[in-house]
Ligand binder design. Structure first.
Ligand code: GDP
Length: 364
């Protein structure tokens, strides 16, 4: 599955946040087996209000949310790119993720030591990103000699790869992450093959003190401003509060949220932001037994989406009965939508849209 890596300096609240995420996943999906793939990988249910609406209208007995993975990547210190601390392992773990969540410490607490002795989220961010940029530069330089022979043979792929390596190096040497490079559509695939740490999409978590969970604080404002300058998302959260809230039942949670001035857990916003960061979209299936959310990627056709449920659905695909979420709701469900002419018969080339309710017809 798709993975978001949680990255940050020591003592910024990564584990607290990760534990809250995995506890919440357990609570939300009691009827769905929680699986721990590795100790630091959490398989998390994606909160989705539309699923509740569909299940309600469709009279479904259970609701099965979509899922995604979070990885707690501990061990970053200054010098990681030179193998300091757990440097190499740390970088290898990040390489395996699809997107990066930077957890930045925006809370003061004398009992929790900061590695640099002061609270400065943007300086922390620069420390981490510098290590990632150095690691990228090193891996790019290492790739060059291996291309020489093919370049001499005028190999097209090697020429493209070398050109992209030079592009990445130029950007990195300006002190900017590889994700800021402008890459043509035709080069995207080869660009991804470079597997750069700083070309992965990012989002920022400003981990604030308990009193600032709703309002944010002077530190989180800096994080927000930076995220905005990059066109990235930032989520203000108090990991401490989230970890306390994760173990409460729905009613207790609602009271707690009310008391601190929030309308929903910060974790919900974080999971949804992570899902969007990975470029993931959701379609639904609904029946008396269950309403279920399924994950696909922008641009996928109906057969490809059917394959998410089962390979046979893709192989034997005939057509899909498709209803947009709004049409389903406005017409009070499938029958109403049918009567109103809002249930479409879509074929093999249909590009599925976020929120579509799908019923696949297939040969076995
Ligand atoms: P990690 O090293 O980044 O994984 O950090 P941890 O999650 O282990 O947190 C380090 C310490 O900071 C722990 O004692 C946490 O209880 C504390 N901590 C984490 N988040 C918060 C927060 O939002 N507020 C306060 N006051 N303490 C926090």
């Amino acid at each position: 599955g798709f993975k978001c890596g949680i990255v940050g300096l020591p003592n910024v609240g990564k584990s607290t946040l990760f534990n809250a995420l995995t506890k919440t996943a357990n609570a939300q999906a009691a009827n769905y087996p929680f699986c721990t793939i590795e100790p630091n990988v959490g398989d998390v249910a994606v909160p989705e209000a539309r699923l509740d609406v569909i299940a309600e209208i469709g009279g479904s007995a259970t609701r099965i949310p979509a899922r995604m993975n979070f990885v707690d990547i501990a061990g970053l210190v200054k010098g990681a790119s030179k193998g300091e601390g757990m440097g190499n392992q740390f970088l290898a773990n990040i390489r395996e993720t699809d997107a990066i969540i930077y957890v930045l410490r925006c809370f003061e607490d004398e009992d929790v030591t900061h590695v640099d002795g002061r609270i400065d989220p943007m300086s922390d961010f620069e420390t981490i990103e510098t290590e990632l940029m150095l690691a990228d530069l090193e891996s790019l330089e290492k790739r060059k000699p291996g291309l020489e022979k093919k370049l001499k043979q005028n190999d097209k792929e090697a020429i493209q790869t070398m050109r992209l390596i030079e592009t990445a190096i130029a950007v990195l040497e300006e002190g900017k992450p590889a994700r800021t490079a402008e890459i043509e559509d035709d080069d995207q695939k080869a660009w991804r093959m470079l597997q750069l740490l700083t070309s992965k999409p990012v989002l920022y978590v400003a981990n604030v003190d308990e009193d600032s969970a709703a309002s944010g604080n002077v530190f989180s404002e800096k994080v927000m401003a930076h995220a905005q300058s990059e066109g990235a998302q930032a989520v203000v959260i108090s990991a401490q509060i989230e970890s306390e809230m994760a173990v409460l039942d729905d009613e207790e949670q609602a009271e707690y949220l009310d008391a601190i001035g929030l309308t929903e857990p910060g974790l919900n916003r974080l999971i949804q932001a992570g899902y969007a960061l990975l470029g993931l979209k959701t379609y639904f299936t609904v029946g008396p037994k269950e309403a279920r959310a399924w994950t696909f990627q922008e641009g996928w056709t109906a057969p490809r989406c059917a394959g998410v449920i089962h390979g046979d659905f893709e192989k034997g695909f005939i057509k899909a009965e498709t209803t947009a979420f709004d049409d389903y709701v406005e017409n009070n469900g499938e029958q109403g939508a049918k009567d109103a002419g809002k249930v479409r018969q879509e074929g093999k080339t249909y590009i599925v849209k976020d929120g579509d309710i799908m019923l696949f017809k297939f040969n076995v």
